[in-house]
Design a protein around this ligand. Sequence first.
Ligand code: NAD
Ligand code: DAU
Length: 360
Amino acid sequence: MNILVTGGAGFIGSNFIYYMLEKHPSYRIVCLDLLTYAGNISTLEKAMKNNNFRFVKGDITDKDLVFKLFREEKFDVVVNFAAESHVDRSIDNPELFLKTNILGTQILMDASIKYNVKRYHQVSTDEVYGDLPLDRTDLFFTEGTPIQTSSPYSASKASADLLVQAYYRTYKLPITISRCSNNYGPYQFPEKLIPLIISRALNDEPLPVYGKGENIRDWIYVEEHSEAIDLIINNGKVGEVYNIGGHNEKTNLEVVETIIDELGKSKELITFVSDRPGHDLRYAIDPTKIRNELGWEPKIRFNEGIKMTIKWYLDNQEWWEDIISGEYMNYYDKMYGDRKIISDNIKEVAIEEMATEKDG
Ligand code: NAD
Ligand code: DAU
C-alpha cells in the first residue's frame, strides 16, 4: 500500500505517520508538506530513517507538482491533513485558509481521479457543525447534524467537505470524510490552547483564557485519532462521513487549571482576556456510528492523556523552545497584544459583566 499523507509535518499528520509506520511496517508513506510556520521538519527526523518513508516539500495548491508526484508514486490512498488550522489566524486573515483548505483539496482530488487513487480520505473537523448550547448537555454532533459554521476556518473546512461529497456523487471518486474533535498530544504547535498553556506555565508567564473560560471542547488524545483514520481508510464505507471523538468534555478553565495543578504552578497566572469573535460555545461528538460500524471508541480519558502530554512537553523542551523563540514571538505579540485583559480573577469578570448589563 502506497499512501500519500499531506500536512504530515504538522501536529496530527506527523502523529499519524508514526502510528502507521509502526502499525503497518509494509506500507510506504509519502509526506507532502509545504513546511509553513506550522510544519516542522525536525518532527519527522525519526521517520526519515525509515526506508518506507519519503518526504516531499511542496504545496497542495501547486497543480504541476501535485500531478507529477501522483504520476510518479501511483498512490493507493490519499489522506489529506494539510490545512491552515488555527481559528484565530483565520479571523485575522481568511484568504490563505480558502486557498489551502478548499483549492488544495480540489487539486488533490483532481489528481486522485486522474491517477486512479483507490481511497481519498479528507481529514475534517467537528467545527463544521457550528456549536451546541452550554446548557444542553444532552445534545451531541452526529453525522446528520446540519453544517453551520462560525469562523473562516470552519467555513473553509466545511466548503472542502461539500466539495469532497460532490466529487463522490459526480465523479464517483471513492472518498471518506472524518470529523474529529479537539486533539492534544505530542508535537502540537504552541499556539493551540493546551501546548500554549503548558509552555507558558513552565515559563511562569500569564495564561490567556478567552472570555470566562466556560467554552467546552471534547478532547481526544491524538493517537486515538490516528487509530480511527486507519480503520476508516481500511474498513470504512466509501462515500461516508465518520465522527471521531467522544465524551471527554472539559471547559477551557478546567483544562487550564488541570495543567496548572499538574505542573505545580500558581492559579494567579490565569489571565482572562477579551473573547474570540464568534467563539463556538460547546463541541461534543456522538461517536455511535464509528463504534457500531468499525468498532472504534476512545479509551484514553483526559486526566490520563494530559499527563502523557505534559510529560512529552517536559521531555522535549528543545522542540517547542525552538519554535517559540523565533517568528512565533511576533505572532504572540500581534495576536494577544490587542486583547484586552478583562481580569485575572473570574469573580471580577462576573461583577464587571453584571455592571455592564445594568448600565445597558
Ligand atoms: P497543523 O497546523 O499542526 O498542521 C498543518 C500542516 O499542513 C503543517 O505541517 C503545514 O506545513 C501543512 N500545510 C499547510 N498548508 C499547506 C499547503 N498549502 N501544502 C502542503 N502542506 C501544507 O494542523 P493539525 O492540527 O495537525 O491539523 C491537521 C488536520 O486535521 C487539518 O486539516 C485540521 O483541519 C484537522 N483537524 C484538526 C484538529 C485539531 O484539534 N488540531 C481536530 C480535527 C481536525
Ligand atoms: O474541534 C476541532 C478543532 O479544534 C480543529 O478543527 C482546529 O484545527 C483546532 O485548532 C481546534 O480548534 P479550537 O479553536 O477549539 O482550538 P484552540 O486550541 O485554538 O482553542 C481551544 C479553546 O481554548 C477555544 O475555546 C478557545 C480557547 N483559547 C484558545 C487559545 C489559543 C483560549 O481560551 N485561550 C487561548 O489563548
